[in-house]
Design a protein around this ligand. Structure first.
Ligand code: ATP
Length: 207
């Protein structure tokens, strides 16, 4: 597959210990533009812990993470990474539009306008609705709309399909395929099978 930019995201010798319990050790991967890294494993195996380490939110107990060859803290990693975790990261007391405008104010503009992103995630017409009035699936789709309106290369997604119906899952898969085709890369955890046609999906199983 032809990619439009060349970025690399690497982990080497990664270990994580929680309460004297080794969740994983000597873990390594190399992810390039256009690829997806899927983290699998049973409940409690350490998927979220690994994601938080990959985001730079937590230090690994051993090992190193590099963005385009540099340690993430010495690179453009934070400007080019977008994280969507369990808590959607959206403000319940603001409207849909206010939330997206806030994201845009904090980041460089991305591929889509707010209107285009709302249309993509099937939330057109919800601009003035308070987030607290949205369903769980709609909140999740709004959190993913933020990925579309801001500039980023690497999406790090913790269980992105949670609360989504079949149509919502297919929609997010389409957005992920499009992101990879445009030279993006994605790290995600998922308990669902994912269908990402023509995308190179690497897998780490922590079980
Ligand atoms: N802040 C913390 N302090 C101590 N232990 C923790 C902490 N967060 C997680 N753990 C432990 O680390 C282990 C892995 O947790 P983690 O959330 O990474 O697993 P997971 O694979 O994402 O699980 P799930 O599929 O249930 O979401 C668990 O045993 C958990 O109890």
């Amino acid at each position: 597959m032809q990619t439009k930019s060349t970025h690399s995201f690497e982990g080497a010798g990664l270990s994580c210990i929680r309460d004297d319990r080794v969740l994983f050790e000597q873990l390594a991967f190399e992810l390039l533009s256009g690829q997806v890294l899927l983290l699998e494993g049973k409940n409690g195996s350490g998927k979220t812990s690994l994601l938080r380490i990959l985001c730079g939110f937590r230090e690994p107990d051993a090992g190193a993470i590099r963005w385009c060859g540099d340690a993430i803290k010495d690179s453009s990693f934070y400007a080019q990474m977008a994280y969507v975790g369990h808590l959607d990261g959206i403000k319940k007391e603001l409207t849909v539009l206010e939330n997206l405008k806030m994201s845009l104010a904090l980041n460089s503009p991305g591929r889509y306008s707010i209107d285009q992103a709302l249309s993509k995630v099937h939330l057109s017409g919800y601009d003035d609705v308070l987030v607290q009035a949205l369903s769980a699936g709609q909140k999740r789709r709004l959190s993913l709309a933020r990925l579309l309106i801001t500039e980023n290369v690497l999406w790090i997604l913790d269980e992105p399909f949670t609360s989504l119906d079949r149509q919502g899952i297919a929609l997010i898969e389409t957005l992920m395929i499009e992101h990879c085709a445009n030279g993006g890369m994605i790290v995600l955890t998922s308990h669902h099978d994912i269908a990402l046609h023509n995308v190179d999906v690497l897998t780490i199983n922590l079980s």
